[in-house]
Design a protein around this ligand. Structure first.
Ligand SMILES: Nc1ncnc2c1ncn2[C@@H]1O[C@H](COP(=O)(O)OP(=O)(O)OP(=O)(O)O)[C@@H](O)[C@H]1O
Ligand SMILES: [Mg+2]
Length: 307
């Protein structure tokens, strides 16, 4: 089974009004709600490809219950650790007349020790041989080495961990030797203290991390991705597409990679599928991820070059 981790899931709500009039009643003409979070998008892509995953993280209050219900309605299994504080939520007010958006966000929930321990009890129960995708950052109040400790404990039970994070949490997590990492080029440069931009340079700076990491994928936005393993280095180039929104592209790459890796064990096929999913996600408006029919078309056009 594949497990995805979203420590701080959020409930995004987008409401449409004709024009926001202050000190008056405003009529909402359209209203959408959607769970958001990097691991949530990874689970969505796994599902789109016909696989299953269990989503782990913290969920509290009414928002937490709604997140669980909405994800279940999408066909995504969750095993959230319930917390006392309310999960994060946001409201975007979209004014049709002047085409402006106003975003209101609640603060992140505060976690206590017993809640963090309850989450760790769930990760301790993940069966041998599973895969775990850890995405995003560590919420305030948790130790910076939380991902690193989690990786160390999961590795002892032969669990493959993919890590997609940034800054200190990523640095410490990388040192714990996960199975796979997926930085974008900026995250790699922050990790390595480099300023690489060309594929060969990026490969050179990422290469040393192969010492304790099996697979490294550095994503390069429209240029595709570089995949490194002990067997070789590859450059996966997607076709040129009409991009509408690229948010969630990296999470889609990860979802495509892990589901294909779990199914086939082939790094090249998984890299290719990852890039196809990332590029397919850019075809649609914000808040949506790749669709199977686009993935299938794009996958045939992804070019893999060894270098
Ligand atoms: N403009 C684009 N055109 C075509 N494909 C794209 C574009 N942007 C992203 N992709 C695809 O998505 C993959 C991942 O994108 P990117 O490098 O932007 O990840 P990221 O920065 O981690 O994204 P995020 O964290 O916002 O989800 C790329 O390897 C590529 O296949
Ligand atoms: Mg990313």
């Amino acid at each position: 089974m594949i497990y995805t981790v979203t420590l701080d899931p959020m409930l995004d709500r987008v409401v449409f009004v004709e024009e926001l009039v202050y000190d008056d009643v405003n009529c909402i003409t359209e209203d959408h709600k959607r769970p958001a979070g990097k691991g949530i998008d990874v689970s969505r892509v796994i599902r789109e490809l016909g696989g299953e995953s269990v989503l782990l993280g913290f969920a509290g209050g009414y928002v937490g219950s709604e997140l669980t219900d909405l994800l279940a309605a999408e066909g995504i299994d969750t095993d959230f650790t319930r917390i006392r504080d309310e999960s994060r939520s946001s409201i975007t007010i979209f004014q049709r007349k002047n085409k402006t958006q106003t975003l209101l966000c609640t603060r992140q929930p505060v976690l206590d020790r017993s809640e963090i321990d309850a989450f760790c009890a769930k990760t301790d129960a993940i069966p041998h041989g599973s895969s775990v995708v850890i995405s995003g950052n560590i919420p305030p109040g948790m130790e910076g080495g939380f991902f690193a400790d989690l990786i160390t404990s999961l590795k002892k039970r032969d669990i493959k961990v993919c890590l997609d994070s940034d800054h200190e949490a990523f640095k410490l997590g990388v040192a714990a030797g996960p199975y796979m990492i997926k930085p974008n080029v900026f995250e790699l440069n922050r990790l390595a203290g480099s300023q690489a931009s060309q594929p060969e340079d990026i490969g050179k700076f990422a290469q040393p991390y192969l010492e304790n990491i099996e697979f490294i994928i550095v994503s390069l936005g429209a240029r595709g991705a570089i995949g490194l393993s002990k067997e070789g280095s590859y450059y996966a180039k997607p076709p040129r597409v009409n991009v509408r929104n690229s948010s969630g592209a990296g999470d889609s790459l990860l979802g495509g990679f892990i589901s294909t890796m779990a199914r086939t064990g082939s790094f090249i096929e998984s890299l290719k599928m990852g890039v196809a999913c990332g590029t397919a996600t850019t075809l649609d408006v914000s808040g949506t991820i790749c669709r199977k029919k686009d993935i299938d078309t794009i996958e045939k056009e992804v070019i893999i070059e060894k270098f």
